[in-house]
Design a protein around this ligand. Structure first.
Ligand code: ADP
Length: 371
């Protein structure tokens, strides 16, 4: 069965066409620089037409769209409403619209992608898989911030967490590799890409995560600051006369590895400068590893133990030095009881599998439950 996975980011649309039985993609690509003149793609709606064209005409991956049995969309923010993947209908679209305020750069492109798929892939069931969904199992003591409760009520300010699909994928893979049922495992999953986050996964459920109300909190990232004293924000606004837009830019686009090292947001550049003896590059890397260490300790305490730490994402999968440093640091504390694993993430495959499961259930219930 063929399942199409669409990931509409702020300025790109990625796609993969999966043959679900073999768990392999048969086509994969990206429409980039959406909205820029030279890209030839005005908006995300248009990007779906381009994707259809590539699948049917350029690559001849399918002869007709009806060969595709389901379309899975990555949607960044599902608010408090979605704890798992859902079949998209009018109500789901309304809910995603309502969560757009919480993810203004990401949810609107996803909605455009969904609307365009309705037109260009008519009659094919569409499924939404949310980045936030896996973290909906986090208890209130981990998701309520210490500010007046009225702001949670009024604006839904709370910890949501992101990268949920990646954390869920690698947690399941870890259980498979460790040959243990996931309900018996205490895992810390560490997703280190351009954005970086960690999750405490107890019995297969996320019980805490480092990203919060937005993807700014927690670990040091390429250009994002991660954790910081909120008073720094008001201090800088006062001293430098920064407005809201400027302070947002600094924390999201000019901080992290880039801000501390003054070199680059790319870990490869930071590492190569570090080798040449650049002290600020070394400090950026030390902060990065230190925070990961701190959260592993915190999450082991939260879960009452630790079976494995799983590293993934572009940095987690390639910079083996991080795994070595972490396992060395925890050896005396955990006495070798926890394993440190590197597992490549595959969010798209999990989205395809969720889509397949929901499409299959929908078909079965339409057929009256017979297989
Ligand atoms: P995204 O979050 O956009 O999916 P990735 O998971 O691809 O990003 O991770 C991007 C990060 O991974 C960048 O900081 C990049 O420097 C780093 N990275 C990718 N490959 C390597 C490598 N071979 N060695 C060190 N860092 C790498």
């Amino acid at each position: 069965m063929l399942i199409l996975v669409i990931n509409c980011g702020s300025s790109s649309a990625k796609y993969q066409l999966f043959d679900i039985e073999s768990k392999r993609h048969i086509a994969k690509g990206i429409v980039e620089r959406i909205g820029e003149k030279r890209s030839g793609c005005e908006n995300h709606y248009e990007s779906i037409r381009i994707i259809k064209d590539r699948l049917l005409n350029d690559g001849a991956f399918v002869e007709s769209v009806s060969e595709i049995k389901g379309i899975g969309h990555r949607v960044v923010h599902g608010g408090e409403e979605f704890g798992e993947a859902v079949i998209i209908d009018k109500k789901v679209i309304e809910s995603i619209e309502m969560s757009s305020e919480l993810a203004p750069l990401h949810n609107p492109p996803s909605l455009e992608g969904i609307r365009a798929c309705k037109r260009y892939f008519p009659g094919i069931p569409q499924i939404a898989v949310f980045d936030t969904a896996f973290h909906q199992s986090i208890p209130p003591h981990a998701y309520i911030y210490g500010i007046p409760f009225i702001f949670y009520k009024k604006y839904k300010i709370r910890r949501y967490g992101f990268h949920g699909t990646s954390h869920r994928f690698v947690a399941n893979e870890a259980a498979r590799i460790l040959k243990k049922p996931i309900r018996k495992l205490k895992l810390v999953t560490v997703h280190l890409g351009n954005g970086c986050s960690m999750a405490a996964v107890l019995s297969g459920k996320s019980v805490d995560t480092t990203m919060g109300f937005t993807p700014l909190e927690g670990l040091l990232m390429g250009t994002r600051s991660g954790d910081l004293d909120p008073a720094i924000v008001t201090f800088l606004m006062e001293k430098e006369g920064f407005g809201i837009r400027r302070i947002n830019e600094i924390l999201n686009k000019e901080s992290g590895f880039l801000g501390v090292s003054g070199i680059s947001n790319d870990m490869r550049d930071v590492l190569s400068e570090m080798k040449k003896g650049n002290r600020r590059a070394a400090v950026a890397f030390e902060i990065f590893v230190y925070r990961i260490k701190k959260y592993i300790g915190a999450y082991a305490a939260v879960m009452g133990g630790l079976d494995a730490v799983v590293l993934t994402g572009g940095i987690g999968e390639n910079v083996t030095r991080i795994k070595k440093e972490l396992s060395r640091a925890f050896r005396p504390v955990l006495r070798g009881q926890a394993k440190f694993l590197i597992i490549p993430t595959n969010e798209e495959l999990l989205i395809a599998e969720d889509t397949y499961r929901l499409v299959r259930n929908k078909r079965l219930s339409a057929e009256g439950g017979s297989d």
